[in-house]
Design a protein around this ligand. Structure first.
Ligand code: URA
Length: 428
C-alpha cells in the first residue's frame, strides 16, 4: 500500500513547532497502529509534542484518531444513565472501590474499566485481586449483563479493543520520559473514556508530590483540557482537583486498601476518603439527574455495602473470605516529639511499591498483602518512639529499600497549615 505521508516529515514539522493537520494526525495514529510508523519514530514525535505542545484542535483530533483505532462500547441499550470516574492516579487512592457501589444504589450504571498499577501509584485491579476468587477479565456481554440485570456496577479490566493506539503509545511514553505531557495525557485518558461510551464522566485530577501534576496550575490546565474534550464529544464532564501531597486514608497497598474501602462501606473509614467518595458520588449523581441523592445515608445504612457484596460475588469473588496477610511486618517509629508536618505521598507510595505492592515492569506479579498502614497523618502530635506506620511484605529483604524511600518524606516539627478540604478546585 502506498502511504499518504512520510512520518519523517511529520516529526520534522512538530520539531519545528508547526501545527499538524487533521489528515497528518489521522494517518500517523493509523500507521502507528498498523506498525508502519515504528516505535523509534513515534518516540521522536512524542518527544517533539512534549517539547512543543499541541493546540486544542490538534489535541481533539489526536484524541479522535485514537478512538477510531479501536471499538466503541455502547450502553444505550441498558435504558439507564451511565456515570464513570477517572482518577489520574495517586497513593492510597482506593476511591473507586466504595464509589462504584455507592452510585449504583441510585439505579445509575457504573462501568469502571480500570487498569493495573505501574510505578508508585496502585492499580484498582491489583487491589481487587486480593479478594479470593475475584476476576478482572470480563467479556463485553458479561459487563453489559452486570450493569443491566446485575448489581449495576462493574470494575473490570479494559478490553484490548478500546483505543489500541493508546495502549501502544502509553507503553512507549513510559520508557521515553514523555508521560507527563498535558496533550498526551489528556488524549490518552479521554480517548479511552469516550470510546467506552459512558454518558457522564467525573475526573479526579490529583495535585502534589504523589501525582503526575506537581503544581495546581498544571493540574488545572490538564483538567480544563480533558473537560473540554469530554464536553465536545457529548459527555457530561466535570473535574475535581484533589490533594495528593500526602496519601489518601490510613492504608496503602493491595489488601490494605480493600480493608479500608470496606470500612468506608460500613459507614466508617478515614475522613478524607469519605469526603472524596461523597464529593465524587455527588458529581456523578448530579450528572445523572439525581443531585439530592442521600449518599451519606447509603454509606451508613448498608445499601452501598449490599451493592459492594453483590458486585464482588458477580465477579466470582468471596466478600466474606479473609484477605491475605503478609509474612513480615516492620514498624517505623517517630524519632522525636512534635507535630508531624509532612508525610510525603510519593515517599510512602514508593515505599509501598518497594515492599511488593506494585510492579516495576509490565506483567510482573504483585504481592497481594503488601502495603503500609499509617497511624499518623500531617497535623497529628507524635511522641518519640511512637509508631508512625507499619510495613507489610512477604519478603523481609525488601524492607531496607522501602525505608530508604522514606528519607526526607517524614518531617516532625516546623510550620504546619491544615488543609481545609481534600478537594482543591472544581472545573466544569
Ligand atoms: N493515565 C492514562 O491512561 N494515560 C496517561 O497518559 C496518564 C495516565
Amino acid at each position: 500500500m502506498t502511504e499518504k505521508f512520510d512520518v519523517v516529515d511529520i516529526i520534522r514539522a512538530k520539531r519545528n513547532k508547526d501545527k499538524l493537520s487533521l489528515d497528518e494526525i489521522n494517518w500517523t495514529i493509523d500507521a502507528y497502529t498498523r506498525g508502519v510508523v515504528g516505535d523509534e519514530q513515534m518516540a521522536a514525535l512524542a518527544m517533539a509534542i512534549f517539547l512543543n505542545g499541541m493546540d486544542r484542535e490538534e489535541i481533539a483530533q489526536w484524541t479522535q484518531a485514537m478512538i477510531n483505532s479501536g471499538e466503541r462500547m455502547d450502553f444505550k441499550s441498558l435504558g439507564k444513565p451511565t456515570a464513570d470516574k477517572h482518577s489520574t492516579g495517586g497513593v492510597g487512592d482506593k476511591i473507586t472501590l466504595p464509589l462504584a457501589p455507592l452510585v449504583s444504589v441510585y439505579g445509575v450504571a457504573v462501568p469502571q474499566l480500570s487498569g493495573r498499577g505501574l510505578g508508585h501509584t496502585g492499580g484498582t485491579l491489583d487491589k481487587l485481586e486480593a479478594i479470593p476468587g475475584w476476576r478482572a477479565d470480563l467479556t463485553n456481554e458479561e459487563i453489559m449483563h452486570q450493569l443491566g440485570k446485575g448489581c449495576g456496577a462493574v470494575v473490570c479490566a479494559a478490553g484490548s479493543g478500546l483505543a489500541p493506539a493508546d495502549k501502544k503509545l502509553y507503553a512507549l511514553r513510559d520508557v521515553t520520559a514523555t508521560v507527563d505531557c498535558i496533550p498526551l495525557i489528556a488524549s490518552s485518558i479521554m480517548s479511552k473514556k469516550i470510546a467506552e461510551g459512558t454518558d457522564s464522566l467525573v475526573l479526579d485530577v490529583k495535585v502534589g508530590s504523589g501525582a503526575f501534576m506537581k503544581d495546581i496550575d498544571m493540574a488545572r490546565e490538564l483538567a480544563r483540557t480533558m473537560v473540554d474534550l469530554g464536553q465536545d464529544a457529548g459527555l457530561i464532564t466535570t473535574a475535581l482537583l484533589t490533594d495528593m501531597s500526602t496519601p489518601l486514608g490510613m492504608k496503602v497497598g493491595n489488601a490494605p486498601e480493600i480493608e479500608e474501602s470496606v470500612e468506608v462501606l460500613a459507614g466508617g473509614g478515614p475522613a478524607d476518603v469519605v469526603e472524596l467518595t461523597l464529593a465524587l458520588a455527588r458529581e456523578m449523581l448530579t450528572a445523572a439527574g439525581q443531585p439530592d441523592a442521600d449518599i451519606e445515608e447509603a454509606l451508613k445504612d448498608g445499601r452501598a455495602m449490599d451493592k459492594w457484596r453483590a458486585m464482588i460475588r458477580e465477579q466470582d469473588g468471596d466478600p466474606d473470605a479473609p484477605l491475605p496477610v503478609a509474612k513480615h511486618t516492620h514498624d517505623v517509629l517517630a524519632e522525636e516529639d512534635g507535630t508531624l508536618t509532612k508525610l510525603d505521598a510519593l515517599a510512602v507510595g514508593v515505599a509501598s511499591w518497594r515492599l511488593g505492592a506494585g510492579r516495576a515492569s509490565k506483567g510482573e506479579a504483585v504481592q497481594l498483602a503488601a502495603g503500609i498502614e499509617l497511624f499518623k497523618k500531617p497535623g497529628d502530635t507524635v511522641k518519640k518512639g511512637e509508631k508512625l506506620m507499619t510495613f507489610h511484605t512477604d519478603e523481609e529483604g525488601r524492607i531496607p529499600r522501602a525505608l530508604e524511600s522514606l528519607e526526607g518524606g517524614i518531617v516532625i516539627g516546623g510550620e504546619y497549615t491544615a488543609r481545609e478540604s481534600v478537594v482543591l478546585d472544581r472545573i466544569s
